[in-house]
Design a protein around this ligand. Structure first.
Ligand SMILES: *Cc1c(COP(=O)(O)O)cnc(C)c1O
Length: 377
């Protein structure tokens, strides 16, 4: 490794080839439906400016973000035949920017639909949109009455051609949950009001459900980034992220010594403690104090004491003395510790681990010729 990696305390590697492989895997699952990539929140923290163009090269043409600003940021990086959709909807004041840039708002209410219709009428041409139904999550989208109202409004249908009708599953990561069948049924009934419009219901977990219709467009996020789409024992997705932290000190402590803030760790025996240069300011969950671990040479190194802002202390006594020293790197995310394991230890979900990944890491991207797996070997 070159010199640049010694300037940051953490090294984050994002495998773009693995993201594209995951895209292909989901595409095969939902075929003949197509897969839209959800690249909101900076592609779940991994860098939308690199991830979205890589997916476009792999054939993806539809990209969902949460905010209009996120769409504006990546639009110049994508081929012109790509379409960007804003999940959070059409905010007051954003109409002309949205119309001018050709970014497609998801209309989540009658109020948004009305404003988009007015914009199209003043523009003098049709303005496409996505219409979202609330099929049982009670978060965003029009209800059945409102959907009926729009479906029977010739002015709306003429000026606002619908690129998609969509809804979102609340419980798809629990395949046996009764809400799934209810949402499929509710969505089918609502979508039938707009017979010729393509349908989009499935998120990553949804593409792994055995029942329910696939629709025309699946919206995949976490599965592209290597997260387990549900709690099945085997995660079929390729790992995408590798995170290593640098050792900044190794010291010995005597039995009875305490480690870190609040003295929350007490050495039961003489121990070796390594301090690494990643902390909660880098998005490593503070709740992992005395719970999480790092890895070195296949050995688990438990976190000893609290997670500090810029550092973490590890009990490295399980390693032979002298194995680990100043400047060495330990694994925080990689073959020994997946994002799902980190999330489970932290009592959260892989989405939160990824979207919190810090700004101080030295980030690098692997393309089709190099992959995390070949690097690890
Ligand atoms: C975030 C989001 C997705 C992607 O969900 P994953 O579980 O990451 O696949 C799809 N649709 C909507 C509406 C979302 O908000």
């Amino acid at each position: 490794m070159g010199g640049a990696d010694t300037a940051a305390g953490g090294r984050l590697v994002v495998d773009l080839a693995a993201i594209c492989e995951n895209y292909g895997l989901i595409a095969k699952r939902v075929s003949p439906a197509r897969v839209a990539a959800v690249v909101k929140a900076n592609a779940y923290g991994l860098g939308a400016d690199r991830v979205a163009p890589a997916l476009a090269r792999a054939g993806c043409r539809d990209f969902f973000v949460a905010h209009l600003a996120e769409a504006l940021a990546i639009q110049p990086l994508l081929p012109e035949d790509c379409t960007l959709y804003v999940l959070n909807g059409l905010m007051p004041g954003a109409e002309w920017l949205c119309a001018r840039t050709g970014i497609i708002p998801v209309l989540n209410s009658i109020e948004q639909a009305t404003r988009w219709l007015e914009t199209a009428r003043s523009a003098g041409h049709a303005l496409p949109a996505v219409l979202q139904f609330d099929s049982g999550m009670s978060r965003l989208g029009v209800c059945q009455e409102e959907a009926r109202q729009l479906a029977s409004d010739p002015l709306f249908l003429a000026h606002v051609p619908l690129a998609l009708v969509m809804s979102h599953l609340a419980c798809a990561d629990t395949p046996g949950h009764s809400a799934n069948a209810a949402q499929f049924e509710a969505f089918d009934a609502l979508a039938a009001l707009f017979p010729s419009v393509p349908r989009s219901l499935l998120n990553s977990a949804g593409t792994f459900l055995s029942s329910g219709s696939r629709g025309d467009v699946a919206r995949a996020g976490i599965a592209l980034y290597g997260g387990a789409p549900n709690d099945a024992p085997v995660n079929p997705m390729q790992p995408v992220v590798r995170l290593d932290a640098q050792v900044i000190q190794v010291r010995t402590v005597a039995a009875g010594d305490h480690v870190g803030y609040g003295h929350s760790f007490k050495a039961e025996r003489d121990s070796r403690i390594a301090t690494i240069a990643v902390g909660y300011a880098d998005g490593w969950p503070r709740v992992l104090g005395n719970r999480g671990a790092a890895w070195f040479n296949g050995v688990r190194l438990p976190i000893a004491g609290r997670v500090s802002m810029d550092s973490i202390t590890l009990d490295v006594s399980a390693l032979p003395e002298g194995t680990l020293g100043l400047g060495d790197w330990v694994e925080l995310i990689g073959p020994n510790q997946t994002i799902d394991q980190v999330a489970a230890d932290a009592g959260t979900i892989s989405y939160e681990i990824l979207t919190n990944l810090g700004a101080r890491y030295e980030r690098s991207y692997l393309d089709a010729r190099r992959s995390i797996r070949s690097e690890a070997a």
